[in-house]
Design a protein around this ligand. Structure first.
Ligand code: ATR
Length: 287
């Protein structure tokens, strides 16, 4: 149980809405487990109130916040400094307030890489990765992979133009080889064999929807790793099919955990208690 006193430091979440977020339970469990004098509070911030909410970090002395939909890009102009990774991703998910100076980070890419390592023992150096989807989550994953040394990124998306735009941006701003592939079974089947890792970043299959994108599961091999960013349910239809085809699989709860752990470490300077945070998340997610 967290004891709030005159010295308690405040962290939180700015989003709209915030009521379904798993982050308050995860961070408060971590603070409580380590006996840290911190509390994490969800703040529902309507789009028109974002700038005053950000100013409140300084006026109220709030230590830091996570930023979620729909503010991840819009928050950037209100901050004093942006980390190089957040700049490349084009979005901020964590803000730290250091004596009134607000610095924006993005821990999604890092959280994804930590999860890949812990859950699939996968390191991206010199690897080829096929990313399904080209939205904000895909961009964070692609940037994380490229910064970690991935050799080639293949991007496919229902709206091809969006995949092409992201591929162009990545090719212009990083060293990686990036190519857009059109969203058809035939074209995906042509590239799937060369991928060491396949990452599903679309929102398809998210609770309560039971759905799965079309994918040539029968072409998967046991040495390939398959990651679905969807974390609720933990075992999506996409992962069930990939697993049945023999691939090694992991779901997005690990990314949620490690992006949170990285934010926790930025705010507190203390190593995050991974097991406690993971246990809290598992209890919240549907099977
Ligand atoms: P996020 O920040 O979670 O990535 P987003 O930027 O809105 O959210 O991106 C959602 C992604 O899911 C996109 O790649 C989107 O494809 P489009 O660019 O074609 O919209 C993808 N997506 C959503 N619903 C989909 C569906 N029914 N079938 C295929 N892709 C879908």
């Amino acid at each position: 149980m967290i004891q709030i006193s005159g010295t308690t430091r405040i962290c939180g979440l700015f989003g709209f809405p915030v009521k379904h977020s798993f982050s308050p339970a995860m961070h408060n469990a971590a603070f409580s487990f380590l006996g840290l004098d911190y509390v994490y509070i969800p703040f529902q911030v309507a789009p028109e109130n974002l700038s005053t909410a950000i100013s409140a970090l300084q006026s109220l002395g709030i230590t830091g916040v996570n930023i979620t939909v729909p503010h991840k890009q819009k928050v950037i102009p209100f901050l004093d400094e942006i980390s190089p990774e957040a700049k490349l991703i084009g979005a901020v998910n964590t803000v730290i307030n250091t004596k009134g100076r607000l610095c924006g980070y993005n821990t999604d890419g890092d959280g994804f890489l930590r999860s890949l390592k812990e859950e699939l023992d996968f390191t991206p150096e010199k690897k080829t990765v096929l990313i399904l989807g080209a939205g904000g989550a895909a961009r964070a994953v692609a940037v994380g992979l490229v910064l970690a040394g991935a050799k080639e990124i293949l991007l496919t998306n229902r709206t091809l133009q969006r995949a092409e735009k992201l591929a162009y941006f990545m090719a212009e701003n990083t060293q990686a080889q990036v190519r857009a592939v059109s969203w058809s079974m035939r074209n995906i089947a042509e590239v799937v064999e060369k991928a060491d890792l396949i990452v599903q970043t679309t929102s398809v299959g998210m609770y309560p929807q039971e759905a799965c994108i079309e994918f040539p599961f029968e072409l998967l091999r046991s040495e390939q790793a398959v990651y679905d960013l969807v974390y609720n349910p933990r075992l999506t239809m996409f992962l069930k099919r990939a697993k049945a085809s023999g691939a090694r699989t992991a779901g997005g709860l690990g990314m949620l955990l490690y992006q949170g752990a990285s934010a926790f470490e930025l705010w507190t300077g203390v190593k995050a208690p991974i097991e406690v945070m993971y246990k809290t998340l598992k209890a919240l997610a549907n099977v």
